[in-house]
Design a binder for this molecule. Structure first.
Ligand code: SF4
Length: 302
């Protein structure tokens, strides 16, 4: 008996092609929508796509290359990979892949690995120094390449996880910005996959057979707090379908007057206006919720 898996039947192959096509459309629509909602890419932009070799950045590049050909605006893409000289990093994988795509790219070699190993005591977490060093290198390369936008591969689940991490461990309601100006004031960073589910990126990586480079080459310990939040969100997703979508929507639907941040809402100078406002607050009413969010009572019920 041969150990080979049976070849898919014509029917299975056609179903797989149909699903892949649906997923491609779904990803492109999500990325296109986020780009439009936050005006991430404008006509004439040169977008530097940061490719780490993980599924997220491969997915980002793949979708942006498609949009470059089909979007109503004209923009360029240049890909940058930072080779941090981690032991076992397969240095030939990304250049071969990118050359095959015919996209301009630069592999920037910087031995941040040795710096981190030298400066961070054994057993301490290395990610914070490592990412600070990486950020500096990427900003410099963006300037050298004349990139007008720096695109990162963070997705919807990264954004939600960060929100909960900040609330649980940092006492802050802060997620990840879809578009921001860097701390040195010189660059605009965008996250075109802000609306894309991690689950879909995992599926897309399989469909496209990206040559994924493992992300544990540095030997760093996984971030336990992030893993814990990820588990919590995945558990909610399973037990309460739709909850993650509702949570994510809430980040784009913030009501500062109903939070406690006096920097965002002028509580101090709040006075009665004497003018009825149909959109105004109904402070004494209890809000009702369905699984989808707020349910408004039909007019005339009260
Ligand atoms: S996981 Fe490794 S490569 Fe990634 S940020 Fe942390 S130390 Fe750096």
């Amino acid at each position: 008996m041969s150990g080979k898996a049976a070849a898919p039947t014509a029917r299975q192959a056609s179903k797989a092609a149909f699903e892949a096509n649906k997923l491609a459309k779904w990803l492109r629509r999500g990325v296109g929508q986020a780009i439009a909602d936050y005006n991430m890419i404008e006509d004439g932009d040169k977008v530097m796509v940061c490719l780490s070799g993980g599924k997220d950045s491969f997915g980002l590049l793949d979708v942006l290359l498609y949009l470059r050909e089909h979007a109503p605006i004209r923009f360029d893409i240049v890909v940058v990979n930072l080779d941090q000289k981690q032991p076992g990093f397969p240095a030939d994988v990304l250049p071969a892949y990118l050359a095959g795509l015919g996209v301009p790219f630069r592999i920037e070699e910087q031995d941040t690995y040795s710096i981190v190993k030298r400066l961070v005591p054994e057993g301490k977490t290395t990610c914070s120094l490592c990412s600070r060093l990486r950020r500096g290198v990427l900003y410099r390369v963006a300037a050298e390449l004349g990139a007008t936008k720096i695109a990162l591969g963070h997705h919807r689940d990264d954004i939600l996880e960060t929100l909960f991490l900040n609330m649980f461990f940092g006492g802050k309601m802060k997620a990840m910005s879809p578009k921001l100006v860097t701390d040195d004031g010189r660059h605009v960073v965008i996250r075109p996959m802000a609306y894309v589910r991690e689950h879909d990126l995992e599926a897309w990586a399989k469909v496209r057979q990206f040559p994924i480079i493992p992300c544990n080459l540095c030997g760093s310990q996984p971030n336990l707090q992030r893993a814990q939040v990820k588990r919590m969100l995945r558990d909610w997703e399973k037990r309460f379908p739709g909850r993650i979508e509702t949570l994510f929507r809430s980040m784009a639907n913030v009501v500062p007057s109903h939070l406690l941040d006096a920097q965002l809402h002028d509580f101090r100078n709040l006075r009665a206006t004497g003018v009825p406002d149909p959109q105004g607050d109904i402070a004494f009413d209890v809000e009702e919720f369905s699984n989808d969010g707020v349910v408004s009572l039909p007019p005339g019920v009260l």
